[in-house]
Ligand binder design. Sequence first.
Ligand code: ZN
Length: 186
Amino acid sequence: MEPIFLADHPALDLLNTTSRIGGQLVDQLQSDADVLRWLALADIPVPARAPSPAGSLLADTRLLRETLRTLVEKRKAHKHGNPDLLNEFLARSKSHPHLVWDKASEPRLEHRRKQETPRQILGPLANAAAELLVDGDFNLIRTCEDPTCVLWFYDHTKSHHRRWCSMATCGNRHKVAAYRQRQAQA
Ligand SMILES: [Zn+2]
């Protein structure tokens, strides 16, 4: 199955790697390779190969995901969340400035990071998660209106009336159901 990127925020897209398909919760991340592929699709730099031991990247990604899920749910409910675990990820996320000066261009600073351990690899994602909790507008961070759907999104539409994870799935299902109801009443 293809990963879905519809949340308009990488940290929420991470939450959405768990989705409900035919009533079942399905985890799209089943291996280190799945995680690397997902990170690349999310435009997050990835190392050439998964770190050792095998399975550690998957385990840490799931841990980060479920930690973030709790924090997002707490934030959404105006409750206090415990940031300790997310802070452990942030503490391992180290980048350093690197001066790039090509012959053809002006000097510029890039931020380079080590990618030897799972938590170093997940650093940009942990960072995006923390920024979301700090700066995100939680009036616009919502779950899909379909009660059986678990997907999150950040409503960046102009009208801020986004209701569905996707018009192609939940939005369309709702439209069809509403149409049938109108037909039944007519
Ligand atoms: Zn949905």
